[in-house]
Design a protein around this ligand. Structure first.
Ligand SMILES: Cc1cc2nc3c(=O)[nH]c(=O)nc-3n(C[C@H](O)[C@H](O)[C@H](O)COP(=O)(O)OP(=O)(O)OC[C@H]3O[C@@H](n4cnc5c(N)ncnc54)[C@H](O)[C@@H]3O)c2cc1C
Length: 169
């Protein structure tokens, strides 16, 4: 039976970047409502200002600044893996951060804290440069590691985009 039009809530969401679009999706899925998304750019506009408009995006949980970001990213990553809408575009190829700062250790620590108390493996590990050069079939062996004192590898990271990638550990 069609919902009574008097009971349908209407929403106007201004901006259809990733936050606006995902808010619209959430509202549509959780209630019988009518959503209008408004953006100053047309989808086919040659000039788009949305930071979320791109050919691909890194999907990662490696955030040094806030545990909230880490937690939200871990939740989002589950959706990338399992939601039929997103999963075809998600490619879990891992990430490789050659880092000359404390970033790698802070990220590893943040992720380990999230692992505690949950049956969760975040895939993050800090390697020495020599160890890291041997990973992924040695593809990063000849990189410029000047000033780098460690590499954060997260086998659970990936990217969203069309196409696929093939990696070996
Ligand atoms: C270069 C770059 C690379 C990035 N890479 C990654 C990555 O690999 N992985 C990742 O997770 N994150 C990445 N980010 C961060 C990510 O893109 C942003 O966090 C995210 O796009 C923010 O989403 P948003 O919806 O808030 O804003 P946006 O995506 O910027 O969307 C804002 C929308 O609002 C519209 N708008 C603005 N003003 C008005 C108005 N007055 N009226 C109507 N509409 C309006 C714009 O047209 C736009 O469509 C990257 C960001 C940048 C800049």
């Amino acid at each position: 039976m069609a919902p009574n039009p008097d009971q349908v809530t209407t929403y106007l969401i201004i901006s259809s970047g990733v936050f606006g679009a995902s808010t619209a999706l959430h509202v549509i899925k959780s209630s019988s409502s009518k959503v209008t998304l408004l953006d100053r750019d047309h989808f086919s506009s040659p000039r788009r200002v949305a930071a979320s408009w791109d050919w691909n995006k890194v999907i990662r949980c490696d955030y040094p600044s806030s545990r909230l970001s880490t937690r939200l990213a871990l939740e989002a990553q589950q959706l990338w893996r399992h939601e039929p809408l997103f999963a075809p575009y998600y490619h879990e190829c891992g990430s490789f951060w050659a880092s000359n700062s404390n970033f790698k250790h802070v990220v590893e620590e943040n992720l380990k804290k999230e692992e505690d108390g949950r049956s969760l493996e975040t895939g993050a590990k800090v390697y020495s440069v020599e160890e890291a050069k041997k990973l992924y079939g040695g593809v990063f062996e000849h990189g410029d590691y000047s000033g780098v004192e460690g590499v954060l590898v997260n086998t659970n990271s990936g990217y969203a985009g069309e196409g696929s990638c093939q990696v070996g550990g």
